[in-house]
Ligand binder design. Structure first.
Ligand code: PXG
Ligand code: PLP
Length: 444
C-alpha cells in the first residue's frame, strides 16, 4: 500500500472505541481524558492535576507509576515476554505463588492465577463444582449469590451477581442459582461507623435457601465480604460468622470475593483476616498487581486442592486455565508490588488512617441530600437522595463536578464511592472531603 493511501489518524476521534460500563454518547460529547499518573494523582488532557480518590477502580493501592514496579515490568519484558503456563512453568510464577501462599489466611495456601476479577470468579465457581463432583457429591450443582452483589461480568459472575442492570439484558444465565438478600438497611443502620449493628440475622436466609433446595444440591455460596460496587456496604456485625457457620453445617463451600477487599483495603492483607472468618476459596485481582499488568487469582484451601489431586498422576486434574495465567509480566509486577506493600507497611498504614478517614467522610453528613454514609478500612460510600424521576442523575452530576474541581470519585447510581490509594496523606484526605462536599452542594 502506498503511503498516500494511508488514512491520517485523528487522535481526537473517539468514535471507534466502544467504552465499557460508560454512557458512550454522553461521554463522547464531553470527554474526560487522563494522560498521566504519579503517586496520588492523575494528569488530565487539559493539564489539570486530579487527586485520585478511587485508586483508579479500587486497584492502584500502592499509588501510581511506582518506580520499582515500572522497573520490574521493564526488566521482565526484556528478559522473557511470555511463557506458556500449561504443562510448562517459569520461576517467577512459582515464587509469587509461594509468597502469596504465605500471606494467605489459614490454609488458603494454593493459588490459581487468572487475569481479572471476572476470571477469578468463574475459576472459583468452577473449582467449587469440580470439587464436589470429585468428592462424590455430584448433586451439589447450585450456586448461591446475593442481591446487589458484584462478581464481574462473566456469565458465572453475573449469574451469582445481584446488580439488576448487569443481568437483565443477558438471557437466562446459569441455571440453579439463588440469591441471599443484601444487607443494606438504611432505616436501621444509617450513618453507621464501620460495621453496622443490625442485620446479622440476614445470614439465616441461607437456612431458608437450604430448606427450599436441600443442602445436597448446593455447591457454594459467594459473597463480597464487604460489598464494593453497589455503593460500599460493610457487613453487619456477626453476619459473616453466621454465614460461615451455616455453610460448614451443610458442607457448602464459602467463597469470599476479595477483588476489592484484598491487598489492604480494610487495613489487613485480606478481609478474611480482618473479620476473622475463613472462606474455602478467595478470589482476588486489582491490588495483587497494583493494576499495572492485569492479574487475578483464586486462593484455595489445601483440602479442596488435595481432593482434586486424584486420578492417575499423568491426568490433568482441572481442565481450566487461561493463556495468560501467570503471565511473566504480571508475576514480575506483582512481586514488586508485594515488596512495596511489605516494606512500606501499607496495610498497616491503611488500618492506622482508617479512624481519620472515618471522621472525615462522616463530616459530609450535613451536605445537602446525603441520606447515608458508610465506611470501613480506607473506603466509603455515600448515598444521595435521587432527583424525582431521574435516578442516577444527581450521582453523575456530583461525580462530574468533583472531577472538574480536581478529585476523582466513583458513582454508582446516586451513590458515591471513594477508595483512595493506601499511600494517601491526611491533608489529601482533607482535600478529597472538601472537594466532594463542594461537588455535592454544587450538584444539589
Ligand atoms: N468481583 C468483585 C467483588 C469486583 O469488585 C470483579 C469481581 C470483577 O473484576 P474485573 O477485574 O473483571 O473487573 C470486581 C470488579 C466500581 C467498579 O466502580 C468495581 C469493579 C470493577 C470496575 C468498577 O465499583 N469491580
Ligand atoms: N507479605 C506482604 C506483602 C506484606 O504486606 C506483609 C505485611 O504487611 C507480610 C508479607 C507479612 O510480613 P511480616 O512477616 O514482616 O509481618
Amino acid at each position: 500500500m502506498s503511503k498516500a493511501a494511508l488514512k491520517p489518524i485523528d487522535t481526537n476521534n473517539l468514535d471507534a472505541m466502544w467504552m465499557p460500563f460508560s454512557a458512550n454518547r454522553q461521554f463522547k460529547r464531553t470527554p474526560r481524558l487522563l494522560v498521566g499518573a504519579k503517586d496520588m494523582h492523575y494528569t488530565a488532557s487539559d493539564g489539570r492535576t486530579i487527586l485520585d480518590g478511587t485508586a483508579g477502580l479500587w486497584c492502584v493501592n500502592a499509588g501510581h507509576c511506582r518506580e520499582p514496579i515500572v522497573e520490574a515490568i521493564r526488566a521482565q519484558a526484556a528478559k522473557m515476554d511470555f511463557a506458556p503456563a500449561f504443562q510448562m512453568g517459569h520461576p517467577t510464577a512459582f515464587e509469587l505463588a509461594a509468597r502469596l501462599s504465605q500471606m494467605a489466611p489459614a490454609d488458603l495456601g494454593k493459588v490459581f492465577f487468572t487475569n481479572s476479577g471476572s476470571e477469578s470468579v468463574d475459576t472459583a465457581l468452577k473449582i467449587a463444582l469440580a470439587y464436589h463432583q470429585v468428592a462424590g457429591q455430584a448433586t451439589r450443582k447450585r450456586l448461591i449469590g446475593r442481591s446487589r452483589g458484584y462478581h464481574g461480568v462473566g456469565f458465572g459472575g453475573i449469574s451469582v451477581g445481584g446488580m439488576v442492570n448487569n443481568r437483565k439484558f443477558f438471557g437466562a444465565l446459569l441455571p440453579g442459582v439463588d440469591h441471599l438478600p443484601h444487607t443494606h438497611l438504611p432505616a436501621r443502620n444509617a450513618f453507621s461507623r464501620g460495621q453496622p449493628e443490625h442485620g446479622a440475622e440476614l445470614a439465616d436466609e441461607l437456612e431458608r435457601i437450604v430448606a427450599l433446595h436441600d443442602a445436597s444440591t448446593i455447591a457454594a455460596v459467594i459473597v463480597e465480604p464487604c460489598a464494593g460496587s453497589t455503593g460500599y456496604l460493610p457487613p453487619p456485625k456477626g453476619y459473616l460468622q453466621r454465614l460461615r457457620e451455616i455453610c460448614t453445617k451443610y458442607g457448602i463451600l464459602l467463597i469470599f470475593d476479595e477483588v476489592i477487599t484484598g491487598f489492604g483495603r480494610l487495613g489487613a492483607a485480606f478481609a478474611a483476616e480482618h473479620f476473622g472468618v475463613i472462606p474455602d476459596l478467595m478470589t482476588v485481582a486489582k491490588g495483587i498487581s497494583n493494576a499495572t499488568v492485569p492479574m487475578g487469582g483464586v486462593f484455595v484451601r489445601k483440602p479442596v486442592y488435595e481432593t482434586l489431586m486424584n486420578g492417575p498422576e499423568n491426568a490433568i486434574e482441572l481442565f481450566h486455565g487461561y493463556t495468560y495465567s501467570a503471565h511473566p509480566l504480571a508475576c514480575a509486577a506483582a512481586s514488586a508490588v508485594l515488596d512495596i506493600y511489605k516494606t512500606e507497611g501499607l496495610f498497616q498504614r491503611a488500618a492506622e488512617l482508617s479512624p481519620y478517614w472515618e471522621d472525615a467522610v462522616h463530616s459530609l453528613k450535613s451536605a445537602p441530600g446525603v441520606t447515608d454514609i458508610r465506611n470501613l478500612g480506607l473506603a466509603a460510600g455515600i448515598d444521595l437522595e435521587s432527583r424525582p424521576g431521574a435516578a442516577g442523575a444527581r450521582g453523575y452530576d456530583t461525580f462530574v463536578k468533583a472531577f472538574e474541581l480536581g478529585v476523582m470519585v466513583r458513582q454508582a447510581g446516586d451513590a458515591l464511592a471513594m477508595s483512595p490509594p493506601l499511600v494517601i496523606e491526611k491533608n489529601q484526605i482533607d482535600e478529597i472531603i472538601d472537594i466532594v462536599g463542594k461537588a455535592i452542594k454544587q450538584a444539589a
